[in-house]
Design a protein around this ligand. Structure first.
Ligand code: NDP
Ligand code: PYC
Length: 339
């Protein structure tokens, strides 16, 4: 948040405000609680591209009839280590939570299990999906594809979504090690935020509608596209995410779904994939200590901080002082809840 914060809300108060917005716009109370906790958690941790900034988009998608806020996911037990979920056109977070007990049961029984969610909408950061697994002692990796806005390396047409990958591992003596990153050079949400603020992007993030490099976020949003991070290497990760999140789950590729009949739709209708591992099966009794060890080595070698550190510092401050919101954003949320 760049402007001075006029309001500091306790996490529980922000959750309750967001819950009211979701329910008012057609989300079941069960799903609204899950989505509100997810979104408030992003805001609390300073994941601002997926915090309250996204509420107008959630509402717009719900109002357009594109996403079913009342969807009840169907969990299928399809193998000793394989769980599938049909999210039935709803959000992925309730689908994941519906499958979680069976998934954990399978991880405990087999040492590893996968979860494939299809026909689902994901409009948030990915770290809230994996961090809780690591807090329970498991290693987790998740990927989700989104909407076509990334041109393949050397290509001309957007094929990939911004396709993030998130990974979480227990770490002795500290919060789990977690990273969560788009496979595009920048998340689409951050391009929107830069466009709104009138800031240019760093070079190498996107192209305009003619495929020419541009640093102007508005040109990227107006018919242009993003680039994968790291050239051909990020490109392969984006492609892997499409394969795991869509081909494997039975969901749509990022360029495959047609939302043109739903004016205002913003939430990508794709799939999400998880691998969850019980590290105890690795036969290493000091797994979490080893993770802490390699993290320490990285810091001793000169890396300023580890992924997740910024979030935890922001979270601790928000837990002490409340979650900072500008007066304007607070008013906008209240209007969405009441108007
Ligand atoms: P960032 O580039 O901001 O951060 C990526 C990761 O790198 C984070 O784990 C971050 O940790 C870490 N990091 C950042 N700077 C440093 C540093 N200097 N040293 C060490 N680690 C660092 O994220 P992205 O822009 O790639 O993605 C933003 C969000 O957008 C993600 O949460 C992602 O899930 C979400 N997203 C969601 C999509 C969807 O379809 N739902 C699509 C694309 C993106 P920290 O958080 O502590 O800064
Ligand atoms: O920020 O790239 C993004 C994004 C896409 C879908 C949800 N967030």
């Amino acid at each position: 948040m760049t402007e001075a914060a006029a309001v500091h809300l306790a996490y529980a108060d922000l959750v309750s405000l967001l819950e009211r917005i979701f329910v008012r716009h057609g989300v079941s109370e069960h799903n609204a609680k899950i989505l509100a906790e997810n979104c408030a958690g992003c805001e609390r941790d300073g994941s601002l591209s997926h915090g309250i900034f996204r509420m107008a988009g959630y509402v717009s998608s719900l109002n357009s009839g594109w996403v079913d806020g009342k969807a009840v996911p169907e969990v299928e037990d399809v193998g000793p280590a394989f769980v599938r979920v049909d999210a039935k056109g709803g959000f992925t977070q309730p689908a994941m939570l519906a499958a979680r007990p069976l998934l954990i049961e399978k991880v405990k029984a087999n040492g590893v299990a996968v979860l494939a969610i299809r026909r689902s909408h994901h409009f948030s950061a990915l770290w809230p999906d994996v961090e809780p697994f690591a807090e329970e002692g498991f290693v987790a990796l998740s990927v989700v594809n989104s909407m076509a806005c990334v041109v393949p390396h050397g290509g001309k047409k957007a094929v990939f979504g911004t396709n993030p990958v998130a990974f979480a591992s227990p770490r002795a003596g500290a919060a789990p090690f977690v990273f969560d990153q788009a496979s595009s050079a920048i998340a689409h949400g951050d391009v929107q935020i830069a466009a709104r603020a009138g800031h240019d992007l760093k070079p190498g993030m996107g192209v305009d509608r003619d495929g020419q490099p541009t640093n102007d976020p508005k040109q990227i949003l107006d018919g242009g596209a993003l680039l994968p991070f790291g050239g051909h290497k990020g490109n392969s990760i984006a492609l892997m995410v499409e394969i795991l999140s869509a081909a494997l789950t039975g969901g749509y590729f990022s360029g495959e779904f047609d939302w043109s009949g739903h004016k205002g739709a913003q939430t990508p209708f794709t799939g999400q994939f998880f691998i969850v591992i019980d590290p105890a099966r690795g036969g290493n009794d000091v797994f979490a200590e080893r993770v802490a060890g390699i993290c320490d080595l990285v810091l001793e070698a000169g890396q300023e901080r580890l992924p997740g550190d910024r979030r935890h510092v922001t979270r601790a401050k928000a837990e002490k002082d409340g979650i900072p919101l500008s007066a304007e954003n607070h008013e906008k949320l209240k209007a969405l809840a009441e108007g």
